[in-house]
Design a protein around this ligand. Structure first.
Ligand code: ARG
Length: 563
């Protein structure tokens, strides 16, 4: 039971006739200041029932509630302030973490249900952008979080490997490209061709027509077009994989847009059979005015299919193939309308599972407040950013701990981790500016700070030669440790909240809070002092390190034991 449940039960036991347990629970408050205890109950709502002043009711209740759960119950005006029995709670929490270790907070709510997570999904022949980085790390963390509560995540990279841009690339390659250049630096070269195409097309609009014709050929299976497409795809994937291995993210499927080429006819037929398709200036659309949405464009007048047509096929394929409990799409906020349309069309088709599809949007990463864009070639190359982060981390470790064994690996974990952590610590819908020096700092609310706190705890445990014993009872009752204990106790709720909201920042914020509380504890208390509470203090350090490491794991970072 958590503290609120314990308090609710204690109050309920004495007001049974007048309030339900649920009512009592709803009324409970978290006091703003620690001086007002751990949980507060305002007695106002009982005033009518008892025909007494709330102050008097509070005083009466305080007398009636007995037992060992509380150190004291203070009456302040109409409020009852409950101070939990720190010894009991800390013993329970530390004991449970000692037993369950990293599994503390696990649950089986998900019933092993499959959850495909559409994440990363960059476009072939273009560099992975910071936006794709966001989708990758948010998706990866959501996968870990859902797994912790019993779901089976399936990481899907819905590659943008189809579309009119391939027509442009083929034209660009044939006019200005070289095999050499594509082989040595595929993405750089393909991006160059793409950018050049757009520049030249400004003065030679006929290029657009050529590009359309090549894409048409590709759709029809023309050999030359297909070969070039396949080659661009393979080379680009090799490049993406470098980033994924740096981030340590892997995928269960790379079925991208092209995979659905032969699966769209069925969807179009279904739409026809249900009389959902309308002709509009030669194009085929589904009217969605009943949903207050623009019509979904299913086929262009030249017969070409669209992004949404492929997403319809993908959604149906995922339902059939995975029989998902829910289907998650981690894609930027700017595509919100697309996903609304997608769900609406599936709903029109009579697929009631469309309600289990969730678009998880996120905000932009900006630089100097401006959006990053590929069109004009202004793109932050993710690989460079990650490498620089590792270098910066390495520099700081050299200063702090020059003899660290494994320094390079730790620098890698800290540098890459800092970029991931920075991405995940803010509510995902917020836009944020990216300044590398701030991301890799060892102080403040950063990944390195959290990792450093974990490493510091591990070093204390090493120094003390401490191993946790699940059969022992560890208990603490000082107010410094209490702040840490309360945060550890909250962890299972934190995991649930993060899962319900698809919000890794809930975990990241918890990690920061635990780190801050622990560092305060460390500053105020002599952990290694030789007295009878030493073992319990070390057990708390162990419990803290275990939970912070689990927080970090759920975000997709490592927690080095030394740094
Ligand atoms: N490739 C797209 C882009 O970069 C994202 C794809 C998202 N997933 C999807 N099923 N539509 O914008």
């Amino acid at each position: 039971m958590n503290n609120k449940e314990i308090v609710a039960k204690a109050i309920y036991d004495v007001v049974k006739e007048d309030l339900s347990l649920e009512n009592v629970t709803q009324l409970l408050e978290n006091p703003k200041s620690v001086d007002h205890g751990d949980v507060a109950f305002p007695a106002f709502s009982l005033a009518k029932v008892y025909r007494k002043a709330p102050q008097q009711i509070a005083a009466d209740l305080a007398e009636k509630i007995t037992g060992t759960d509380f150190e004291k119950i203070e009456v302040v005006g109409p409020y009852l302030n409950f101070f939990m029995n720190k010894k009991m709670v800390s013993q329970a929490v530390i004991g449970q973490i000692a037993k369950e270790k990293g599994h503390y907070g696990d649950s089986s709510i998900g019933n092993k249900g499959n959850v495909p997570i559409d994440m990363s999904s960059p476009n072939i022949a273009k560099p992975i952008s910071m936006g794709h980085l966001r989708s990758t790390v948010i998706g990866n963390s959501i996968a870990f979080i859902l797994e912790k509560i019993g779901y089976t995540p399936i990481r899907i990279n819905h590659l943008g490997d189809w579309g009119t841009q391939f027509g442009k690339l083929i034209v660009g390659y044939k006019k200005w490209g070289s095999e050499e250049a594509v082989k040595t630096a595929p993405i750089t070269e393909l991006l160059r061709l793409y950018v050049q195409f757009h520049e030249e097309a400004e003065t030679q609009p006929e290029l657009e027509e050529e590009a359309r014709a090549w894409f048409k050929k590709l759709e029809e299976g023309d050999e030359e077009a297909t070969e070039l497409w396949q080659w661009f795809r393979t080379e680009s994937l090799k490049e993406f994989d470098k980033i994924y291995s740096m981030l340590e993210v892997s995928f269960d499927s790379y079925n991208g847009e092209a995979f659905y080429n032969d699966k769209m006819d069925e969807i179009v037929t279904m739409l026809e059979e249900k009389h959902l398709l309308q002709e509009n200036q030669g194009a085929e659309i589904v009217d969605l005015s009943a949903y207050d949405l623009n019509p979904a464009l299913i086929k262009k007048s030249d017969g070409a299919t669209l992004y949404i047509t492929r997403d319809l096929a993908a959604a149906v394929y995922r339902k059939r193939n995975y029989d998902f409990a829910k289907s998650v799409y981690v894609v930027g906020n700017e595509q919100s309308n697309h996903f609304k349309q997608l769900k609406a069309v599936l709903n029109e088709l009579g697929f009631d599972w469309s309600k289990d599809m969730h678009h998880i949007p996120f905000g932009l990463i900006t630089q100097g407040g401006k959006k990053l864009s590929t069109r004009k070639g202004k793109i932050v190359l993710l690989e460079e950013v990650l490498n620089e982060a590792v270098e910066l981390a390495n520099k700081q470790i050299m200063e702090k701990n020059p003899d660290l064994p494994d320094r390079e690996e730790v620098a890698r974990q800290v540098g890459i981790g800092s970029v991931i952590f920075h991405d995940l610590k803010n509510d995902r819908l917020n836009n944020f500016d990216f300044v590398l020096e701030e991301v890799v700092r060892f102080e403040g609310e950063t990944g390195p700070y959290v990792q450093y706190t974990h490493a510091r705890a591990m070093s204390i445990l090493r120094k003390a030669d401490f191993t946790i014993d699940e059969t022992k009872e560890y208990a603490l009752d000082d107010k410094e440790s209490w702040e840490v204990v309360k945060l550890l106790q909250k962890f299972p709720e934190i995991v649930m909240q993060a899962a319900e909201k698809y919000e890794p920042s809930v975990i990241a914020k918890h990690a920061i809070q635990v780190a801050q509380a622990f560092n305060k504890y460390y500053a105020h208390v002599k952990i290694l002092a030789e007295d009878e509470q030493k073992e319990s203090r070390l057990a708390l350090v162990y419990a803290m390190a275990t939970i912070i490491k689990e927080d970090i794991r759920l975000l997709g970072l490592h927690a080095p034991n030394e740094m």
